[in-house]
Design a protein around this ligand. Structure first.
Ligand code: AMP
Length: 209
């Protein structure tokens, strides 16, 4: 089953994608994570993506689609996957439909002011990448509940103007995708205003799980 997760930054899209992937035993394919991994390893792809990521811009469609096609050709994705951060343009949407037609698209809805407030307080475990925030505070400040790793604020979450720019960009990107998935009859709208557990229950309910 191929599921696309959509939602403004701060809606809990990454967290919900991970939880859903565990629950359904499907790989979690996050293009942001794939790029960060390539950046960290200093690969050619990482070097080419860096110039766009540093400016808070989208990486070119061709580069993203090549990376995703490669990831989706791995054996673990044969039975489907949870896509997070992809597609983000009409080009990517068309590419995905030819690779893995989407059966469910979940839109996590959150108003912009709430998204801004959540992003301001967000931190990520440097070891296992679990994301903490107002709706999921760590038990001990600065330390990951799961693995004891140190929590850090992601570089692109530090500047309010940059966050606003990303939210604006999100609205521009998402409109055509939402219209397409709605037209295809696979769109599910879920409120992202609750706790991690409440949102997870709502996502599973719309997927009939
Ligand atoms: P994210 O973690 O999803 O916010 O992604 C971090 C950065 O990776 C974005 O700001 C983009 O530069 C790049 N990126 C991730 N996914 C995509 C995508 N589908 N298309 C283009 N660029 C992407």
């Amino acid at each position: 089953m191929n599921i696309v997760m959509m939602g403004v930054q701060g809606s809990g899209k990454g967290t919900q994608s991970k939880l859903l992937a565990e629950k359904l035993h499907l790989p979690h394919v996050s293009t942001g994570d794939l790029f960060r991994d390539n950046l960290g390893r200093g690969t050619e792809l990482g070097k080419r993506a860096k110039e766009f990521m540093d400016k808070g811009e989208l990486v070119t469609d061709e580069l993203v689609c090549d990376m995703v096609a490669d990831r989706l050709s791995q054996p673990d994705a044969a039975g489907g996957c949870i896509l997070d951060g992809f597609p983000r343009s009409s080009f990517q949407l068309a590419a995905l439909e030819t690779m893995k037609p989407v059966e469910h698209a979940v839109l996590l809805e959150l108003d912009d002011e709430m998204a801004l407030a959540r992003l301001g307080g967000r931190s990520e475990c440097g070891k296992c990448q679990i994301i903490y925030g107002a709706n999921r505070p760590p038990k001990a400040a600065g330390t990951c509940d799961e693995c004891g790793g140190s929590l850090k604020v992601r570089g692109d979450d530090q500047d309010t103007e940059a966050i606003r720019k990303r939210i604006e960009m999100y609205h521009k990107e998402i409109d055509a995708l939402v219209r397409f998935y709605d037209w295809k009859g696979v769109l599910h709208r879920v409120s992202a205003a609750g706790t991690v557990e409440e949102i997870q229950a709502a996502v599973l309910a719309v997927l009939g799980r």
